[in-house]
Design a binder for this molecule. Structure first.
Ligand SMILES: Nc1ncnc2c1ncn2[C@@H]1O[C@H](COP(=O)(O)OP(=O)(O)O)[C@@H](O)[C@H]1O
Ligand SMILES: [Mg+2]
Length: 356
């Protein structure tokens, strides 16, 4: 009930994600370079303060959790330095499949991937989820790859479903292929066909279970990260629509790299950028009035290392207030005079427009 109320009244922070104790899977996605890794790192840090244990996983082949945390991560969950309950891992959805084809399963695997594009990727994603599920983390944060790639991964249950059907039909086509398939699914050579079919059914169960969880808004949510620019707005809308199609909950948008009109901005370039950003920010608020929209300031420097991440995390839980607003009378006076001159400019422009 409390959650429903929070959703009814968007807050302007990601606090709702931290408050939703039933959440098990948090996806963070958006266009390349908008701040997905930064946001998933910070979300996982914040979650580690309120949940028993947190795992952050990067599924972006261009891994940079290691850069954000300034610590080397691998495909095995590793404790993040300075934490007792925050773990990180980086997985490459492509690699596993490539290793398999090197082992001489080329014919079978390429037959399967030709029939169902993305099935190799879907399989290693499923394997990873299966593994992660047995590990008992309270909540798992995904630092996902840019949009297209992520949406493909979220389709993985149906992709795998088709894959399994195909395996059954290939069974007749290739003699003895089932032995290879047992290795493909990492089951070991000693399994009989019947036993293997049983295991495939078992895998289907895991897939269906995860799929159910992904579609349950109590357990799963997708946080969309974007920047206030046309392409990013466009991409976010596409993402939100696709997620709705997959029945995956999304009710948070983080607008990153916002230039706040904090100081008396003199630069014409900056003024123009601020104006442009405001136009798109307004559109975000109009399109997503039922979303929690969190705005993050563009910093003069990168957000690198635990200390910087922790410092930046304050913007995730409190709404940004330009310091001038909190400042001295002098600053307020200065701000009023800026507003006055902006008003004059606007009036002059209006006059010009009316003349034309
Ligand atoms: N608000 C911000 N201000 C300044 N630098 C930022 C901000 N958000 C992200 N960055 C920096 O921008 C770069 C890209 O961010 P990142 O989170 O890796 O994006 P993505 O994962 O979407 O590709 C990183 O170097 C990061 O430190
Ligand atoms: Mg990234």
């Amino acid at each position: 009930m409390a959650m429903a109320m929070a959703m009814d009244m968007p807050e302007g922070t990601v606090k709702n994600v931290l408050d939703q104790e039933s959440l098990k899977w948090v996806f963070v996605g958006g266009k390349g370079g908008v701040g997905k890794t930064t946001c998933s790192s910070i979300l996982s840090i914040l979650l580690s303060q309120v949940r028993q244990s947190v795992l952050v996983i990067s599924t972006d082949p261009a891994h940079n959790l290691s850069d954000a945390f300034q610590q080397r991560f691998t495909k095995i969950p590793t404790l993040v330095n300075g934490f007792s309950n925050l773990y990180a891992m980086e997985v490459d959805p492509k690699v596993e499949g490539d290793e398999l084809s090197d082992e001489g399963l080329d014919g079978f695997l390429s037959e399967l991937t030709n029939a169902i594009p993305g099935v190799d990727e879907a399989m290693s994603f499923a394997e990873m989820l299966k593994l992660v599920q047995t590990m008992d983390y309270s909540v798992i944060v995904f630092d996902t790859a840019p949009t297209g790639h992520t949406l493909r991964l979220l389709q993985f249950p149906s992709t795998l479903e088709k894959g399994l059907e195909k395996v059954m039909s290939l069974k007749n086509k290739f003699g003895g292929i089932m032995n290879q398939a047992t290795r493909l699914f990492g089951l070991g050579d000693e399994f009989s066909e019947d036993a293997m079919l049983g295991r495939l059914e078992g895998m289907r169960e895991v897939i269906e279970q995860v799929n159910r969880q992904f579609k349950d808004p109590d357990m799963t949510t997708f946080v969309c990260v974007c920047i206030p620019e046309f392409l990013s707005l466009y991409e976010t809308e596409r993402l939100v629509q696709e997620l709705a199609k997959f029945e995956i909950d999304a009710h948070n948008i983080i607008i990153n790299q916002v230039i706040f009109d904090e100081e008396a901005v003199e630069s014409k370039l900056l003024k123009a950028r601020i104006k442009m950003q405001q136009k798109y920010i307004d559109q975000f608020y109009m399109l997503y009035d039922d979303f929690n929209i969190t705005k993050l300031p563009l910093l003069p420097e990168e957000v690198c290392g635990v200390q910087a991440l922790r410092k930046f995390s304050e913007h995730f839980v409190t709404q940004y207030k330009p310091s001038l607003m909190r400042g001295t009378i002098e600053e307020v006076k200065q701000r009023i005079s800026i507003l006055k001159s902006q008003l004059q400019e606007a009036e002059a422009e209006l006059e010009r427009l009316q003349k034309d």
